[in-house]
Design a protein around this ligand. Structure first.
Ligand code: SOE
Length: 378
């Protein structure tokens, strides 16, 4: 693993817990973790149970005892690490968004495909059982033709103007703001559940344009630099856009870090000719389902607790009604990754999905800049 902060913790937890719940033909071994700060990376290795650590990720890539490189570093480092890992014949898991640009994403896809390694992109929310069940309902035709998807990803962790200019707010490190960080997740859910994007029209906004300098500490917390220096925010705080899907459905999307009170509000509603579904990460075990062929008088949204044995992944955890959480989305994704490595097949979402996602992100940015509808390049 390269990196050891918020996502490093989420991924490590998933590697450790995976064999507890699932039988997989490939089993993760926490062989080594890399980070530039020796005290920090040694502390992570000790606490999380990695057998060794490196202060240069290149050393991981040279090592014969490493099969998989897991990239949980800031976005501007993904391409270099992923391409070097693929060239060395290592499988690659990468945090989202895949890249800083569509061109870079394509180079990454080319590298993993020509090396023939297994690759996966960590859009973990696809792997909530309720989301997988939503996919089954749509694919089996229970909702009929899909007309609408409206999705929001609402957070509020940078609303304080004194929250520092951390890497997620610096274009040269992150690529874009709320767009690449959280809209990327709802775009992935949209592609998974509804289909490919045709075109978009968008607007983006930066509300706080100057902040004190500082660094992330843990989770979504940060420390302000003591010297009092400030810097300009050059990414979006919020993005809103409309979309046409290739299958004719209409999409309405909103991603913001300025929705006070919404800590991690990732939610969607999909309307089809025979019914609708709704999901909300902060109540993630439940899928709300409305089926238009329910008898008159009983029609309405029903709340389904997706913890029954029939629900995807659920049987590997607890008896029905014994809910699971955020961390289990990563465990489920890692099950697919390990199966892919054992069989030599590419699970989804992978780098090809990352390229398609990046094409939408780029179209949204271009549309905001030109104030026009923009076609999504496929
Ligand atoms: C911060 O916005 C963040 O940690 C994202 O980077 C993650 O991808 C998202 O899952 C939760 O919020």
């Amino acid at each position: 693993m390269v990196g050891y902060k918020f996502m490093g913790k989420a991924h490590t937890h998933a590697y450790r817990d995976l064999p507890f719940y699932f039988d997989t033909d490939a089993v993760p071994v926490l062989q080594a973790i890399a980070g530039r700060d020796e005290t920090g990376v040694r502390g992570a290795a000790d606490k999380w149970g990695f057998a060794s650590y490196e202060t240069d990720w290149r050393r991981l890539i040279e090592r014969d005892d490493i099969d998989l490189i897991d990239i949980v570093t800031p976005n501007n480092t993904h391409a270099e690490i992923a391409i070097a890992a693929a060239k060395a014949g290592k499988h690659v898991l990468c945090e989202k968004p895949l890249a800083m640009s569509l061109e870079e994403a394509r180079r990454m896809q080319h590298a993993v495909e020509s090396a023939g390694v297994v690759h996966m992109l960590c859009h973990n929310y696809r792997f909530a059982p309720a989301v997988q069940f939503a996919k089954q309902l749509i694919d089996s035709g229970r909702l009929g033709r899909i007309y609408h998807m409206r999705a929001q990803y609402l957070q509020d962790w940078i609303m304080d103007p004194d929250f520092p200019l951390v890497w997620r707010l610096r274009k040269e490190v992150t690529g874009s703001g709320a767009l690449g960080d959280i809209a990327a997740h709802i775009l992935d859910l949209a592609r998974f559940l509804v289909g490919e994007f045709h075109n978009v029209v968008s607007t983006m906004e930066t509300f706080i344009r100057n902040r004190p300098l500082g660094e992330m500490t843990s989770g979504l917390q940060a420390d302000v630099d003591v010297n009092g220096a400030t810097g300009d925010v050059d990414v979006d705080d919020a993005a809103a856009f409309l979309a046409h899907f290739e299958n004719g459905a209409l999409g309405v999307f909103e991603a913001t870090r300025f929705a006070a009170g919404n800590r991690n509000g990732n939610r969607f509603e999909i309307n089809g000719e025979k019914g609708s579904i709704r999901w909300n990460l902060e109540d993630m075990n439940w899928l709300e389902v409305y089926l238009a062929d329910d008898e008159a008088g009983l029609q309405g949204f029903r709340r389904i607790n997706c913890t029954e044995e029939v629900h995807p992944y659920a049987a590997n955890y607890w008896p029905a009604g014994h809910i699971i959480g955020y961390e289990h989305t990563f465990i489920n994704l890692f099950k697919e990754l390990m199966d892919g490595i054992a069989k030599g097949t590419n699970p989804q979402p992978n780098f090809s999905d990352g390229v398609k996602n990046q094409a939408v992100l780029e179209a949204v940015e271009l549309s905001a800049a030109t104030r026009q509808w923009v076609s999504v390049v496929q």
